[in-house]
Write a protein that binds this ligand. Structure first.
Ligand SMILES: [Fe+2]
Length: 465
């Protein structure tokens, strides 16, 4: 894509307002267009970055933002290492010409990669205190936190700058929905839902706002409405970067409503071929496991097909959320040799980065979850239960949304139910009770909850909450 081919009259609503070191007058326009692309979940960000480097191969702002964007999904891959190296080389080359805004971004990226994702996010927060209109920092920072640290950082990144964007701001509805989503992920479902609903009323066709509305409906127990919304409005999001994930919500919700065949058809016909990243692999893998745990026949080849699509990314270790899904996919395919190699690679990664906070999630939850799925796949439900039950509180702190993390709960519930023990059932009921404090249970969990409530009623007295 050349600069002349880009339609700047498309709603690029900002003049890119930050000082940058590049002398090329096209770069601010291209960065402006990048804001539009990222905030509208358009699919042309790769072309825009290419145009930036065609215009100015030494564009520091472009290089740092590209690296930051890659860090949302990858931590040790070849591409990220090369991009980090380019950042360092450009910083050395430009010296004092690096601007304050660029320097802050570079510091955030460097800190995330070498020391701590949490600290990297905090540097972005400080950047936002100086430059509250940097919506690239908002969106990328939120996704850094979403996958790698915790939802409170994600919430605070947007919460700190939302008041600077008045009602008339062109992205106000989107920003409200981002904040509402983050609040819901921090278990403030009532307050978050109100913001999301408000945004949805203002801009009901935005791919992210529809997605946030879907989560709101799910967490409020309106899963049928969520399914109808995502099916009816697919033309709003299918061609966006959220096309895969929003379609996954359809497949997930079909499975939640026991429409397993339909769910598998959506996965096979609309999703499997598009798996090209750790997040997509995670969504698809969790769905296949959920179907299998619902006693549906899911061939090992379904998992193998997914893994083939991302074979070059399996050892791009980063957040524990992705790693547990890569492990689950290998185990779902019954590729135990591949799994052993993967675990060896995980051990090397966690040893190498043991001081980095991204590894903490492996130690607190990820490794136990991998052991649990391994035991489950070998029909050792007692061990599978022990491994996940003892770290269940960490499920709340891991990457992904509450909906995406349902996979972990499903492994725990399925393992516990297969033990056929009243004592274990009582523990499971308590775990489900606990979750009702966070959100309305999804249909599959509610079914288990109601079944256990009935079978465990003591002395004829009904439980009540
Ligand atoms: Fe989602």
């Amino acid at each position: 894509m050349s600069v002349s081919s880009i339609d700047f009259s498309a709603p690029a609503v900002f003049h890119f307002p930050f000082d940058i070191s590049s002398p090329n007058s096209q770069i601010p326009k291209l960065l402006d267009r990048l804001v539009y692309t990222l905030l509208n979940f358009k699919t042309d960000s790769a072309e825009i970055f290419q145009s930036i480097f065609d215009e100015d191969p030494n564009c520091f702002a472009g290089q740092v933002i590209l690296t930051a964007a890659e860090l949302t999904e990858s931590f040790t891959g070849k591409s990220i290492e090369e991009n980090i190296k380019k950042c360092h080389q450009l910083a050395d080359k430009l010296g004092s010409r690096v601007t304050d805004w660029e320097s802050r971004w570079y510091n955030a990226v460097y800190t995330f990669k070498t020391i701590s994702c949490r600290q990297g996010c905090h540097i972005l927060m400080d950047l936002l205190a100086e430059y509250p209109f940097d919506l690239i920092a908002v969106i990328i920072g939120m996704f850094w936190a979403f996958y790698s640290v915790d939802k409170f950082i994600m919430r605070d990144l947007i919460g700190r700058v939302l008041p600077f964007h008045p009602e008339s701001h062109p992205y106000r509805a989107l920003l409200e929905s981002l904040y509402g989503f983050a609040l819901m992920e921090c278990f403030a479902v009532d307050r978050g839902s109100k913001l999301v609903e408000r945004a949805f009323q203002k801009d009901p066709r935005h791919p992210w706002i529809i997605h946030a509305e879907c989560h709101s409906l799910e967490y409020n127990g309106r899963t049928e409405d969520a399914l109808n919304l995502m099916r009816d409005e697919d033309d709003c999001y299918v061609d966006s970067t959220l096309g895969f994930h929003n379609t996954w919500h359809v497949a997930y919700l079909l499975a939640e409503h026991s429409q397993y065949d339909e769910s598998l058809v959506v996965l096979q016909s609309k999703l499997a071929d598009q798996v090209n990243s750790a997040s997509r692999l995670s969504d698809a893998c969790a769905l296949l496991w959920s179907l299998r745990m619902s006693s549906q026949i899911v061939d090992n080849a379904e998992f193998t097909q997914l893994l083939t699509k991302v074979s070059d990314k399996i050892t791009d270790h980063g957040c524990a959320y992705f790693a547990t899904h890569f492990a689950a996919a290998l185990l779902g395919a019954e590729d135990y040799s591949g799994y052993n190699t993967f675990r060896h690679s995980v051990n090397n990664f966690t040893s190498k980065y043991k001081e980095h906070d991204i590894v903490k999630k492996y130690e607190d939850f990820g490794l136990s979850m991998m052991d649990s799925v391994t035991a489950y796949s070998l029909d050792d439900y007692s061990l599978a239960t022990d491994k996940v039950y003892s770290v269940q509180d960490e499920i709340l702190t891991l990457g992904g949304s509450q909906t995406q993390r349902e996979f972990y709960y499903k492994v725990m519930y399925s393992s516990m139910l297969k033990m056929r023990s009243k004592e274990v059932d009582r523990r499971l009921l308590c775990s489900l009770n606990e979750r009702t404090g966070h959100r309305e249970l999804p249909p599959s969990a509610l079914k288990i909850y109601e079944g256990l409530t009935k079978s465990l009623e003591r002395d004829g007295e009904s439980f009540s909450f």
